[in-house]
Ligand binder design. Sequence first.
Ligand code: FES
Length: 94
Amino acid sequence: MNNQQFPKIAGLKSIKQELIPGIYDICLCGRSSSQPFCDGSHKETSFKPFKLVVEEEKRFSFCTCKHSATLPFCDGYHKQIVEELEDLNNRQVP
Ligand code: FES
C-alpha cells in the first residue's frame, strides 16, 4: 500500500452540487474519477473519504484541488494554485 501524504489535485475549480438528504462519501484523496464523490480509489493511499450527512436538500461547493482549509468544501484556495501555475508558466528560462 502506498502511504501517500499529499492529495492529488483532481481539478482547479470547485464543483457545485445539489444534494438530497442522505449520507455521502466525499473524495479527499483526489484520485476518484467521480468527483466530488469517492469511488474507492483511496484504498491505495492513507486517505479516507469524508462522510457528509445531508439533512435537507442543499447546494454545496466541493473542493477538487483538495487543498482547501475547509475540506471537503471549497474556500477559494484553488485560485492561489492557478496563480502559482501561471507564474511558473510565465517564468523566463535563461
Ligand atoms: S477547488 Fe476551491 S479550494 Fe479547492
